[in-house]
Write a new protein. Structure first.
Length: 512
């Protein structure tokens, strides 16, 4: 039919819509308690409403915190800025620098990047050879009485060994040392291990003259140093710090010359003999029983006796007061047992130096109408030389710059007499020598550099003559009062030709 039915085909889910929420939630919450971490993004609106509906537009009637004073101050609490700085600056710089300049350069000198430099390598080799030698000697004793007490005998031998060792240490060369001293026998009786054989004990206990045979282990260090340039040539050689003029090809050759075992051991034996003979020579005014070795021996015996019993101490004291060491003997031709060992250290040093060409310029300066007297010619030459150097060398690009006066009126400054005929006209002959730095290793630009340097140097000196700087500098010289003597002076200069084209500069300057 075309007309609708009186009732819906299906019942609706609810009979009627309600405007109020239901008593129970439609769905149960997923969790009973809140999660342990916040949600990944904040909510769009605050959870709690703000405490006020809108911010206040006016301040509160009273301050939030009570001020420290009952009423606000009528003036600002901060003081007005001062009209002058808190610390006044010093009126003048200090007379001394805050730090003293170093006495040595902090680094090697540097050169302009366009400067060509040459690097030289120097190899330093230092070989130290240690020679160890065992040699024998003897001492002659008078009034020798070996103690009966075994402990006293041992201390007696210890005192002899210590005395010999101390005597050697005090007088050996700085590169020599004594490693050990051993007394082998007294009156030809062995005393090894400090034990005396019963069969010779009676003989040893007898009082009389005797001898002590002893041996020593000696050591000598020999230091050989060579410096070789980049071409392999030895340019410096020394042995134990002393330079030698011996010509060698390398370090090993120098070692073989100065460090032979035979020569060193012979030197050790001779030195030990010399030391012991001098130590046992009677002291002047002290009698035959007084010498350096006996003084050392008695001193050591007394030191060792202090730690012994009364019996031993008494025996040692008696022995030290009676025995006399009269002389020392060393066989200079003895066969010495020796060994050698060596170590070598090598270092390389690179030295950088610029390539230079020497520029020499000679010339004359004539001073007319001067009143220089004969006695002042020496000072005048010195001051003129200094003035030329100060003018020429200031600001010149050169590794070195020197100026010297050669003669006055044709007479050498080193041999001039005081008999110049006319000192009112003084012709000063001078020479300048400069080392110009090249820009190539073979200095192929030497001509160009020399031309430029010549122009610069002669131009500066010419200007000083023309504007009066040269004469003025001489007037202010401290060595003599030249101001009045040069008041009417006329200076002219002439420079030698140096490079093509020939350049001759003449100039006259007349003071006002």
């Amino acid at each position: 039919t075309n007309n609708p039915k009186d009732s819906p085909t299906n019942n609706p889910a609810t009979v009627a819509l309600t405007n109020n929420p239901t008593d129970n939630p439609t769905n149960n919450p997923r969790t009973v308690s809140p999660t342990s971490s916040p949600s990944k993004s904040p909510t769009d609106s605050p959870i709690n409403n703000p405490t006020t509906s809108a911010p206040s537009k006016s301040p509160t009637d009273s301050p939030t915190n009570v001020p420290t004073t009952s009423a606000p101050s009528q003036s600002p609490t901060a003081p007005q800025p001062s009209k002058s700085p808190m610390t006044l600056p010093t009126n003048s710089p200090s007379s001394t620098p805050s730090k003293s300049p170093s006495t040595t350069p902090t680094s090697k000198p540097t050169f302009d990047p366009d400067t060509h430099v040459i690097e030289f390598e120097f190899k330093t080799e230092t070989t130290t050879v240690t020679t160890t030698a065992t040699m024998k000697s003897s001492l002659s004793l008078a009034n020798l009485e070996v103690p009966e007490n075994e402990v006293a005998r041992k201390v007696f031998f210890d005192a002899l060994e210590s005395s010999i060792k101390k005597t050697l240490k005090q007088s050996l060369l700085s590169n020599q040392s004594v490693l050990d001293v051993r007394v082998n026998s007294v009156k030809m009786a062995p005393v090894d291990q400090r034990r005396l054989l019963e069969v010779i004990l009676d003989r040893l206990l007898q009082s009389g003259d005797g001898s002590v045979e002893w041996e020593s282990d000696m050591e000598e260090n020999t230091t050989v140093t060579t410096v070789t340039d980049s071409d392999g040539k030895v340019v410096e050689a020394s042995v134990n710090g002393q330079e030698t003029s011996v010509s060698v090809n390398d370090n090993s050759e120098l070692v073989s010359i100065f460090v032979s075992t035979e020569d060193i051991t012979s030197g050790i034996v001779q030195k030990v003999s010399q030391v012991m003979v001098e130590a046992t020579t009677p002291t002047t005014g002290g009698g035959t029983s007084s010498n350096v070795f006996m003084d050392t021996f008695q001193e050591i015996v007394e030191e060792l006796a202090e730690s012994q019993s009364a019996e031993v101490s008494a025996a040692l004291t008696a022995l030290a007061s009676t025995v006399v060491v009269e002389s020392a003997q060393t066989d200079l031709e003895q066969v010495v047992s020796a060994t050698q060992g060596s170590t070598t250290e090598t270092s390389i040093e690179t030295v950088t130096t610029p390539v230079t060409t020497t520029v020499k310029i000679e010339g004359t300066i004539t001073f007319s109408n001067t009143a220089i007297i004969q006695e002042q010619l020496g000072d005048f030459a010195n001051e003129t030389e200094l003035a030329i150097k100060n003018i020429v060398c200031s600001g010149v690009v050169a590794q070195s710059c020197e100026a010297s006066v050669l003669s006055l009126n044709g007479q050498s400054v080193t041999t001039r007499s005081h008999s110049l005929q006319d000192s009112s006209n003084l012709i000063v002959e001078f020479k300048m020598e400069l080392k110009a730095i090249c820009s190539t290793s073979v200095c192929s630009d030497a001509q160009t550099i020399s031309n430029a340097l010549y122009t610069q140097v002669t131009g500066k000196l010419l200007t000083a003559i023309q504007d009066g700087s040269l004469v003025n500098s001489l007037k202010s010289a401290v060595s003599a009062d030249f101001a009045g003597l040069l008041a009417n002076a006329i200076a002219s200069g002439k420079f030698s030709e140096f490079v093509a084209p020939i350049r001759t500069v003449l100039s006259n300057w007349y003071p006002n």
